[in-house]
Design a protein around this ligand. Structure first.
Ligand SMILES: Nc1ncnc2c1ncn2[C@@H]1O[C@H](COP(=O)(O)OP(=O)(O)OP(=O)(O)O)[C@@H](O)[C@H]1O
Ligand SMILES: O=P(O)(O)OC[C@H]1O[C@](O)(CO)[C@@H](O)[C@@H]1O
Ligand SMILES: [Mg+2]
Length: 322
């Protein structure tokens, strides 16, 4: 009798906690009697057949490590019918009946397409952006927030010593979740996110001047990547307020590092749940966290959902930062 085989891959930007998810998938898979294959470098590995046999020990000592031991990639080829067909041939050749895809929304589109062609896929939200609409939480978000917060705490030390304004860019091309929470945690004077329109004069400059009159001498402005160029924003702030302003881009530092407890635990729960679905012959699902419960959704439905930005928290940040 042929062995039942499942595969696991990581795709899109890496996120701390992806390794914990891989570990859970491999261990749960073996526990449920599957042969488990690791696919290297996302969908590129599925196209090329870059597969590695996973056993209980191949995921030892990785739960605390950032990045992904399976490597990750963005694969334009998988987005084409020819690329998809190559991947299907590889799945067929290795008798793969299901694939766990750990990644973001783009990766889930690939998982949906593969499911529609007969290969059960289950997505696990792994991205520091927390921008998966169907899930309250995405693996990597907590670690990234803490990394960004610690970095801005350090910036604050120097901006305080020099009576400066620190304009800090945190990651998030289309999502301001990281900026919002990090901004509150560091007591930023202003937080700029792509979801909320802003007026530089009213929402940043006037607030700084008002705060300065009340005795504040240093400032932190947190800006999400998608909002615009932080060097230009810093220059504009300096010109209009006369307060010396410096820009810092935190960049990929936010994607690395050892995952927090939250990321390790959520990754373990989601990995286990994904394997449970596959073991019941269920695919075309995204695992999600809703009100502290692990649930799952149809991928197409999940991709159509909208995640309303937390304007209430945004307002709180605004009101308590004067
Ligand atoms: N519409 C699609 N159809 C098939 N595959 C897709 C599609 N969109 C994306 N993919 C595949 O998923 C990969 C990852 O997508 P993307 O680069 O958008 O990252 P992501 O998973 O959204 O993660 P993040 O945005 O957090 O970095 C793409 O390189 C591609 O291989
Ligand atoms: O590392 P790359 O490919 O430049 O992608 C950067 C993007 O990926 C993310 O880190 C999400 O994975 C976004 O916050 C950021 O905009
Ligand atoms: Mg994405």
């Amino acid at each position: 009798m042929e062995e039942k085989t499942i595969a696991v891959l990581t795709s899109g930007g890496d996120a701390p906690g992806m390794n914990a998810a891989i570990r859970a998938v491999v261990r749960a898979g073996i526990f449920k009697g599957f042969r488990v294959l690791g696919v290297r470098r996302g969908y590129n590995g599925l196209i090329k057949g870059d597969l590695v046999e996973m056993n209980l020990r191949s995921v030892s000592g990785i739960i605390h490590r950032g990045g992904t031991v399976l490597y990750t990639a963005r694969s334009p080829e998988f987005n084409t019918e020819a690329g998809m067909q190559k991947a299907i041939q590889v799945c067929r050749a290795h008798n793969i009946l299901g694939v766990v895809v750990i990644g973001g929304d783009g990766s889930f589109r690939g998982a949906r397409d593969l499911s529609e062609r007969g290969y059960n896929c289950v997505g696990i939200p792994g991205t520091i952006d927390n921008d998966i609409a169907c899930s309250d939480y995405t693996i990597g978000f907590d670690t990234a927030m803490n990394t960004a917060m610690e970095a801005v705490d350090r910036l604050r030390d120097t901006s305080q010593s020099h009576d400066r304004c620190s304009v800090v860019e945190v990651m998030g091309r289309r999502a301001g979740w990281l900026a919002l929470r990090c901004g509150i945690a560091v007591g930023a004077t202003s937080i700029l996110v792509p979801e909320a329109p802003f007026d530089l004069q009213k929402d940043v400059i006037d607030r700084m001047v008002e705060n300065q009159r009340a005795g504040k001498q240093h400032f932190v402005v947190v800006v999400a990547e998608g909002v615009g160029n932080v060097s230009e924003i810093a220059k504009e702030i300096q010109t209009r307020t006369g307060i010396e302003s410096r820009a810092t881009v935190l960049g990929h530092i936010q994607r690395g590092g050892s995952p927090t407890v939250t990321d390790r635990v959520v990754a373990s729960q989601m990995g286990y749940h994904a394997v449970e679905l596959l073991s019941k012959g269920i695919g075309n699902r995204v695992v999600a966290m809703k009100a502290d419960k692990v649930v799952d959704y149809n991928i197409s439905e999940a991709l159509q959902m909208k995640k309303p930005f937390d304007f209430n928290l945004y307002q709180i940040a605004h009101d308590i930062s004067i």
